[in-house]
Design a protein around this ligand. Sequence first.
Ligand SMILES: Cc1cc2nc3c(=O)[nH]c(=O)nc-3n(C[C@H](O)[C@H](O)[C@H](O)COP(=O)(O)O)c2cc1C
Length: 399
Amino acid sequence: MHRLVNKRILLGVTGGIAAYKAADLVRRLQDVGAQVRVVMTQGACEFITPLTMQALSGHPVHTTLLDPTAEAAMGHIELARWADLVLIAPASANFMARLAHGHGNDLLATLCLATGAPIAIAPAMNQQMWADTSTQKNLLILQEKGIKIFGPGSGSQACGEVGAGRMLEPLEILQQAAEVFDYQLLTGKHVVITAGPTREAIDPVRYITNKSSGKMGFALAEAAAEAGARVTLIAGPVNLPTPSRVDRVDVTRATEMYDACMKAVEEGCDVFVATAAVSDYRPTVTADHKIKKSTEEIHLTLVKNPDIVASVAEHAKRPFTVGFAAETRDVVAYAQGKLVNKKLDMIATNDVSGSNVGFNSDNNALTVIWPGGHKVLPLASKAQIAKQLIELIAIRYKD
Ligand SMILES: Cc1cc2nc3c(=O)[nH]c(=O)nc-3n(C[C@H](O)[C@H](O)[C@H](O)COP(=O)(O)O)c2cc1C
């Protein structure tokens, strides 16, 4: 079931008596970490209300194709692109016919034409309808088109007959949906990543910060999610959009970032990557009001902030812990020391003395060090570097 974590399932519901079971299916999919959006045919709306499906999925239910307001919100092409899997449960005999023959006469049928995602159907109908030669011919066409067929099961039916045509139970559908997806490098793992700078307030309008843009951490979050992980991104103040499939926690001060990280580790995570440039010090006192210009000199006293990555590494529920070291000289030697002193599993280090890598740049180059080995990741975009680093982490984590 881990394979469904973060997967985007577009659940199509068609007009059959088993439509009520789609409500349970939504819950089951969400329970295993999938994101679910529901599309219903007009027929399905006669059996179960869109309101029920909306309440369960937590998102608006899509029912009509030729509706300008719906198109302006999340249009059919956008929905078709959004999906990792289009799952139609129950699939009526009528819908199977439409799907087999490429009809685009309602939202769900059009979505199926427009999507590049795999399509799976869980047929549900009276045993005679299932055995009918038209339905069986349509089934062959659907199989030839590569559409996955889940079930149907057989047994006693709502109409009082006995035979093949019952929709599989939601748990069985869930199992088969999971098998559509391959295991990925970080399938089923929870990865926590910190990113960006922190801001340490001097007074209500002034603060100490640094040049970190958060780009490296955000790229890593995206790469980890693409590798199948559940990702929590703990971000300092940055101006970046949240990568898709990533849960973001926004913080400002180092102490807030520390609290958010400790909470994530307490709750249990598998990998922790500290890319944030956390302020080492904060003003001992934050003035309640704006400090006025008066004397020639003012003195600011600073106090040390907690060391987040070291605290994570010595936690009883310690995840695989990866640190970052941005240095301007003796880069590798300093990182080696940090790896040992902070008891990290891996450290990624970069030279931020130039402007073509590191802070704020779109590119980076890293030397990744772990006990007994290292690898150089030469200059590339932060997205490419992130992918390579996630691969290294996944390999080392398994060792
Ligand atoms: C009470 C009732 C139950 C039905 N149950 C089913 C069913 O289980 N499977 C099916 O294929 N059609 C069933 N039908 C027929 C479909 O609702 C009908 O073919 C409809 O046009 C399907 O529309 P859709 O495929 O666009 O959702 C049922 C009809 C009624 C009146």
